[in-house]
Every structure is written in structure tokens, then in C-alpha cells.
Design a protein around this ligand. Structure first.
Ligand SMILES: Nc1ncnc2c1ncn2[C@@H]1O[C@H](COP(=O)(O)OP(=O)(O)O)[C@@H](O)[C@H]1O
Ligand SMILES: [Mg+2]
Length: 257
């Protein structure tokens, strides 16, 4: 199953947010979207996930999703979006409640998602008892429970401190390793982009247009090697040089709303 952004433009009233954005994400591929604050990254992800109708152009799925997928495109949010009154197990089971699956089948999906995220011992714990990193693992487990073909992630690590971010990046690399699941990964963090993505779509400041698409010429496994650090930093520099001027402009912009 491929996800295609076909000439997507969007405006909120008079505010032009996206301008003619086209790219494709194939099955199992990870595409990062980077760009200055306010350039339309979250808007683009909402359009790709069908939460928002674009003003022009379309987001399209091509090809059949895997047979066991209950929700081919599944979101992971920056603020985790957990239900505070439900424990970990119930949070992860929540999206399965209306699937018509038997209790046994739901339980098996929840067990599998908890195992893959290292949460099996935390089933009865409540979100407020958990660290930020563990809360986001619950968010990821909840997404995995519906067997997505593609995760749509909006700054999933941005609320976390740098050590926790590093650990969750390692989790993502492990979860993506078998190539069964792809992702669109929105971030303003260039290190996350070069560590996780196969390709990086660089957007201009608002209205977001594609400035460049950078391909990372290494497998994710190779990038974990210490010897790859220099090359990854060079890629980060290349991205930063594309974004820097516009990030300065974006930051200095006065909101007239
Ligand atoms: N629902 C909305 N109504 C009006 N303006 C919006 C809405 N959502 C986002 N915006 C504006 O659209 C622009 C792009 O927002 P967003 O996609 O969240 O940017 P990013 O995720 O790249 O920081 C911003 O200027 C934001 O204020
Ligand atoms: Mg955003």
C-alpha cells in the first residue's frame, strides 16, 4: 500500500498554508517531513491521514493494505493523547473496542503491542504514574494494536528530553526494522530525520512548498554504527543550510491573527 500526496495545496481562510506538495511513500518506507515552524507540516499530515480535506489536490492510498490491518493509516501524536482514567492495557485496547473482534482476538493484539513496546509489565499502570517516554510508548502501542500499514507521526518525540528521545528513536528503529510498516514522520528535529527516514522532504516556510527531497544513502542499521556519525552530521548540516534562513524569518514573523 502506497500513500500519495498529489499536488496538495491548502488554505485556512486567506492564510495560504501549503502550495502544490507532491510526493509518495511506498510500503515499508519512512519519509520525514521537516521545515520551519508554522510551514504546514501538521496540516499536511492531517490531510494525508484524511482528517482534513485539502483545498486542492488529493491524498490517496494506492494498493491494498495488508489483510490483517484494522486501520492502515494510524496517528501517533506529540502529546500522546492517552485517556487518563484508563490504565495502559485499556488505553491500548481502546481503538479495538468497535472492531467487532472477539475478546480473545483483541487481547492477543493488545498483548503483542505491549510486548513490542516493552510495556508488558505495565498493563495495570495509569498514565499519570508513567514518565513521558513510557507514556509515548503507550501511544505507540495503541497505534500498533490496530496493525497499521503506515504510522503518521507528528513530532512524536518533541515533548521528551534528549535521553528519552534517544531511547525512543532506538525503539522506532527496532519497530521499523522488518520493513512491514512505513511511516510519515513530521519533525523539526533534523537528527531524528536523518536517523529514521529513508527520504526527507524539506518544506519552505509558509506556504509550505517542497524545497528539496534528500535521500539518506544508508540503512537504518548502518546509521547506528559510530563510524556513520560524521556522515549523519554532514547530512544534518546540509538540511540545516536549506532551512536556516527560513527558520529565522519564520521565527521573526509577527502574527496578525
Ligand atoms: N485550523 C486552523 N485554522 C486556521 N489556521 C490554522 C489552523 N491550523 C493551523 N493553522 C495555521 O496554519 C499554519 C500552519 O500550521 P501547522 O500545519 O500546524 O504548521 P507546523 O506543523 O509546520 O508548525 C500556521 O500558521 C497555523 O497557525
Ligand atoms: Mg506541527
Amino acid at each position: 500500500m502506497d500513500l500519495i500526496a498529489d499536488h496538495i495545496s491548502h488554505r485556512f481562510g486567506v492564510l495560504e498554508v501549503l502550495d502544490d506538495v507532491s510526493f509518495a511513500v511506498s510500503a515499508g518506507e519512512v519519509v520525514a517531513i521537516v521545515g520551519p515552524s508554522g510551514c504546514g507540516k501538521s496540516t499536511l499530515l492531517s490531510i494525508l491521514g484524511g482528517l482534513l480535506q485539502s483545498t486542492a489536490g488529493t491524498a490517496e492510498l494506492r494498493g491494498a493494505p495488508p489483510a490483517d490491518s484494522l486501520n492502515p493509516l494510524t496517528f501517533v501524536f506529540q502529546d500522546f493523547a492517552l485517556l487518563p482514567w484508563c490504565n495502559v492495557e485499556d488505553n491500548v485496547a481502546f481503538p479495538l473496542s468497535h472492531t467487532g473482534l472477539s475478546a480473545g482476538a483483541r487481547g492477543a493484539l493488545v498483548d503483542d503491542a505491549l510486548r513490542r513496546t516493552g510495556l508488558s509489565d505495565f498493563r495495570a499502570t495509569y498514565p499519570k504514574q508513567l514518565s513521558g517516554g513510557m507514556r509515548q510508548r503507550v501511544g505507540i502501542a495503541r497505534a500498533l494494536a490496530v496493525k497499521p500499514a503506515m504510522l503518521l507521526m507528528d513530532e512524536p518525540l518533541s515533548a521528551l528530553d534528549s535521553q528519552t528521545r534517544e531511547l525512543l528513536m532506538e525503539d522506532f528503529i527496532r519497530l521499523l526494522a522488518d520493513g512491514a510498516m512505513g511511516a510519515v514522520y513530521v519533525t523539526h528535529n533534523l537528527e531524528e530525520a536523518v536517523r529514521l527516514a529513508d527520504r526527507i522532504v524539506v518544506l519552505s516556510r509558509r506556504p509550505g512548498r517542497i524545497r528539496e527531497v534528500v535521500t539518506i544513502p544508508m540503512t537504518r542499521g548502518q546509521r547506528s554504527d559510530v563510524n556513520a556519525r560524521g556522515q549523519l552530521l554532514a547530512l544534518q548540516d546540509q538540511l540545516w543550510s536549506l532551512i536556516r534562513e527560513e527558520a529565522i524569518d519564520a521565527e521573526r514573523e509577527v502574527q496578525h491573527a
